[in-house]
Design a protein around this ligand. Structure first.
Ligand SMILES: Cc1cn([C@H]2C[C@H](O)[C@@H](COP(=O)(O)OP(=O)(O)OP(=O)(O)O)O2)c(=O)[nH]c1=O
Length: 191
């Protein structure tokens, strides 16, 4: 028997995910998985799914009676994954490569509970189109926003208007946690 009532655990270091999950008004605890993330696979859209599953599984193994949520956000552009930039120069290169074009922001989600084998793994995609900006705008953006911990070297929630022309899909998904489907999946935990 568990020593306390089961509680949702968010397997993440991301303050943005914490804030988004808080907005659902569900009690939860946070315990980061700290796994090594996969950076590429033949199918780039599989990368966030596998990473989300690995993050959730690492924490779920330590708390078999609690449901655990893992998530991973990547950019997919020209059939390749763009993760977090290595350094400022890499960030500038990434932003310039995305300027004037449309990319996908793909978040993988995994909700696992070891005790009864509950297992839901899904992904959500948002299409983001960047303005056709040049080096000056990209450098100005990088001087304003800290991007080294952000997939694709930008944060739509921080001065995103510098870069973003349009968004097709969930904005929360771009920030790291798509809430609508998540809410539905969380309700299944009690079925
Ligand atoms: C594109 C984009 C990404 N991001 C963030 C979301 C994610 O936190 C991060 C992508 O890295 P992730 O590896 O998905 O997450 P993380 O390392 O921050 O946290 P953890 O693995 O512990 O859950 O980039 C934004 O905040 N805004 C954006 O516009």
């Amino acid at each position: 028997m568990p020593e306390r009532s089961p509680m949702l655990i968010l397997a993440s270091n991301s303050p943005r995910r914490r804030e988004l999950l808080l907005s659902l008004g569900i009690p939860f605890a946070v315990e980061a998985a700290d796994i090594e993330e996969i950076e590429s696979l033949d199918d780039p859209r599989e990368v966030p799914l596998r990473n989300a599953e690995r993050k959730a599984a690492a924490v779920a193994a330590r708390h078999p009676h609690d449901p655990v949520l893992g998530a991973d956000t990547v950019i997919v552009f020209r059939d390749a994954v763009i993760g977090k930039p290595r350094d400022e120069a890499d960030a500038l290169r990434i932003l310039l490569s995305l300027a004037g074009k449309t990319h996908e922001v793909v978040t993988g989600l995994a909700l696992l509970r070891c005790a009864d084998g509950f297992r839901r793994i899904w992904r959500e995609t948002t299409r983001v189109t960047f303005k056709p900006f040049g080096r000056e705008t990209a450098e100005r953006y990088l001087s304003l926003v800290s991007v080294l911990d952000k997939a694709g070297a930008y944060a739509i929630q921080e001065s995103g208007e510098f870069l973003v022309e349009s968004v097709d899909g969930s904005i929360e998904n771009v920030i790291g946690l798509p809430l609508e489907r998540l809410q539905e999946e969380l309700m299944r935990l009690n079925d």
